[in-house]
Design a protein around this ligand. Structure first.
Ligand code: SAM
Ligand code: SF4
Length: 329
């Protein structure tokens, strides 16, 4: 098992498949993009499948989420999903994507064994989408979402980050739209994980702001804490249900005590937290011929060192060197 000194057990593995992306969301990366990882530094498809196999078979992982960068840019994605779906026990599998290209690939991904998708969409207004992502691809994302629902990659969840002065007036409209399309909307507080280090706590839209804005149009009833379990999103029933809305308040209402995640970067580093400043190099171990039990030992040792929390409220907090797109959000 992947257990830490606070008794938390990781069962949810987030795998970043690439640090590259076809959007340039302002809260994630600069307009000119980043220095991408070199191809030889990326884990190969076989290496990724070997690490996931070991994590599922020997370390108690029962849920695998593919992310990035933009995971749909990884050509081997359907093959990786197919091989992970063949594992015993078979883990649940989901994908976090910006939705571009999903229109073409949703059915094939479902056929390969993918269970669900989270699609990121911050606005219903094409011009605001362009300002936020620096690309004119709003329509592609909407079509990708529809294709995901049609392919049965449900429940389709939509991730939204609100940015002051850009889309912070859209929370109720986004919720009405999500309900009409049967998507489950989750707002994510902006975190200090952008490559440009532009995050400011006093400038961010908080969970409190989001709930106040939603309550101007909807009645929200908090879901039981028990139902939440280790999920990062706090959820509310909207107008008595059945639809729900979630808020992932990593900054103002951190959920570190219930965290059940471990992370693998596209270049084969294990991270125990988005905000970790230390990594454990599994790629070197793989490439030097280490057997599975040696790699499992490195992973369990890394987990044992997991910190109690993100440290965001600590005056000595330091933003991790890797930006969100290279960690895997
Ligand atoms: N490219 C894919 C996407 O956008 O869904 C997957 C990777 S992206 C890093 C994963 C999630 O992280 C997205 O929902 C995105 O909105 C969110 N994200 C990126 N930077 C963030 C930040 N600084 N604070 C909060 N969420 C962020
Ligand atoms: Fe790309 Fe996702 Fe980052 Fe936006 S949030 S730039 S889509 S990796």
């Amino acid at each position: 098992m992947l257990i830490d000194t606070y008794g938390r057990v990781a069962t949810d593995l987030r795998v970043s498949l690439t640090d590259r992306c076809n959007l340039r969301c302002t809260y994630c990366m600069p307009e000119e993009g980043l220095q991408w990882l070199a191809k030889p530094d990326l884990l190969t498809d076989d290496e990724i499948v070997r690490l996931i196999t070991l994590a599922v078979r020997d370390l108690g992982i029962d849920e695998v989420r593919f992310t990035g960068g933009e995971p749909l840019l990884r050509p081997g994605l359907p093959g990786i999903i197919e091989r992970v779906a063949a594992l015993t026990p078979r883990p649940r599998m989901s994908l976090t994507t910006n939705g571009i290209g999903l229109q073409r690939t949703a059915a094939a991904l479902r056929d390969a064994g993918l269970d669900r998708v989270n699609v990121s969409l911050d606005t219903l207004r094409p011009e605001v989408f362009q300002a936020l992502t620096r690309r004119k691809r709003h329509d592609d994302v909407l079509r990708g979402l529809e294709a995901a629902r049609a392919a049965g990659l449900t429940p389709v969840k939509v991730n939204t980050v609100l940015m002051p002065g850009l889309n912070d007036d859209e929370a109720p409209d986004l919720l009405a739209w999500a309900i009409a399309h049967d998507y489950e909307l989750r707002f994510i507080e902006q975190m200090p994980l952008d490559a440009q280090h532009g995050w400011k706590r006093d400038g961010m839209i908080t969970a409190g702001d989001i709930l106040t804005s939603l309550r101007t149009r909807f009645t929200l009833t908090a879901e039981d804490a028990e139902e939440r379990g280790s999920a990062p999103a706090e959820r509310w029933l909207v107008d008595g249900g059945p639809h729900r809305v979630g808020v992932i308040a990593s900054v103002t209402r951190p959920f570190c005590r219930a965290c059940d995640r471990t992370r693998l970067t596209a270049d084969g580093q294990v991270r125990t937290c988005l905000f970790a400043t230390e990594e454990t190099d599994l790629r070197s171990a793989l490439r030097s011929g280490a057997p599975d039990d040696e790699i499992a030992r490195l992973w369990t040792t890394a987990m044992w060192g997991k910190k109690a929390g993100s440290g965001l409220d600590d005056p000595s907090f330091l933003q991790p060197e890797r930006p969100m797109s290279a960690i895997g959000g």
